[in-house]
Design a binder for this molecule. Structure first.
Ligand SMILES: *Cc1c(COP(=O)(O)O)cnc(C)c1O
Length: 392
């Protein structure tokens, strides 16, 4: 069945949303094969986003850890992370579909900012739903979105964070399907979103494959990526799915892996989640015994999501990808290590992938690629605060 990844995925949405989803499926089918669309997207990817990004041999790191380690530099994409790959693609799709307004959800504000950038560049009105608690925690990103001409709408329901912002955006879409495009930020949500976002992010893996074949004349033994919803993971994994390459999706282990009824002190849906339905798809979710969604926690805001993309749930279940988790402190250590040894300040999200490699380099083979999903400038304040011993 279309839109299913084994048992996972699907379209668990109110009937009233189905016409909008059907229209999106049709629009995507039509334009993804359209030469003009592809050409225009390639142009913006190159000239606006700065692709292709380098695949960089981290020499001193390699020597220190006894394996040849490459970094795929998504931190160099305009905006500082892989997120623009997706927002550019979807915003352009919205334009081709004749939509005048784009809505999006955002947690820490990174996806909202990347959407605002794409919208400003293409001249489309952007409105971003954001939990009021997140707005307070991420004032700088709220200001950035506003600078880029977007309107930020506070969400006061539930935990006032990302999952509530997604619910609110879906509600808006239901009532404004005519002129509105809903631009989702990861490989989550009902079909066809997991597929659309994967396709736009696959540019990471396509480039990586070409680049590694060119400089090493072979494929890597392992590829490691951090995983929140899973878009940078699937983006680099997808072109290697049929190959003999080990794939590692690294989740946020938070402070510990303890689980209570109110909060999951981590964000490890693949490792610790159970099957359920979240935001229109069947997938692995952090939930309590009554099926209530647990609030996740991680030092890295971008990994702080209670679910994971249905395709990764499936790939994990059939054993094609491996999952692992890294706790806050270890991610922080990798953050310092890469900053000092490489002159690259990684995003705290990406630091989880780096940490996994530093801890397990011996088991990952001789040739390893880390997807460096973003840069860490946005995290400097958090790290400085932790250094002073304040609570994050
Ligand atoms: C948002 C974000 C992530 C997590 O999102 P995925 O969909 O799992 O990729 C990871 N790294 C960075 C830098 C991010 O901004």
């Amino acid at each position: 069945m279309k839109g299913k990844f084994g048992r996972y995925g699907g379209q668990f949405v109110p009937e009233i949303l189905m016409p909008a989803i059907e229209e999106l499926i049709e629009g995507y089918e039509r334009y993804k094969a359209d030469q003009k669309f592809t050409k225009e997207l390639n142009f913006y990817s190159r000239e606006f986003a700065g692709r292709p990004t380098p695949l960089y041999h981290a020499k001193r790191l390699s020597e220190a850890y006894g394996a040849k380690i490459y970094l795929k530099r998504e931190d160099l994409v305009h905006g500082g992370a892989h997120k623009l790959n997706n927002t550019l693609g979807q915003a352009l799709l919205a334009k081709y579909m004749g939509k005048e307004r784009i809505i999006a959800e955002t947690g820490a504000g990174q996806h909202g900012t990347a959407t605002a950038m794409a919208g400003a560049m293409l001249g489309i009105k952007i409105e971003v739903y954001m939990g009021s608690k997140d707005m307070e925690r991420q004032r700088m990103n709220v200001y950035r979105m506003e600078l880029l001409g977007a309107k930020v709408i506070p969400v006061e329901s539930g935990s006032k964070t990302l999952k509530d912002a997604i619910n609110e955006a879906l509600r808006d879409w239901v009532s404004n399907v005519e002129d509105t495009y809903y631009l989702i930020g990861s490989i989550v949500g009902p079909h066809p979103y997991p597929e659309i976002v994967r396709d736009f992010q696959s540019v990471i893996g396509k480039e990586t494959k070409e680049q590694i074949l060119k400089c090493e004349k072979r494929l890597p033994d392992s590829i490691v990526a951090c995983t929140g919803g899973g878009s940078n993971s699937i983006g680099i994994f997808y072109p290697f799915i049929e190959d003999d390459v080990k794939l590692f999706a690294i989740e946020a282990g938070g402070e510990s892996l303890k689980k209570t009824d109110k909060v999951a002190y981590h964000s490890a849906s693949l490792c610790q989640g159970e099957e359920g339905i979240l935001h229109g798809a069947r997938t692995k979710i952090l939930q309590n015994e009554y099926g209530q969604i647990l609030e996740s926690h991680s030092i890295a805001a971008g990994l702080d999501y209670s679910g994971v993309g249905p395709e990764l749930s499936h790939l994990s279940e059939i054993g094609r990808i491996n999952s692992g988790n890294i706790c806050d402190n270890d991610a922080l250590e990798a953050f310092y290590e890469l900053s000092r040894k490489k002159g690259i300040i990684p995003a705290l999200e990406s630091s989880h992938a780096v940490s996994y490699v530093l801890k397990h380099a011996k088991e990952l083979g001789d040739l390893i690629v880390i997807n460096l999903s973003g840069r860490g400038d946005k995290d400097v304040e958090i790290v400085a605060r932790l250094n002073r011993g304040d609570k994050a």
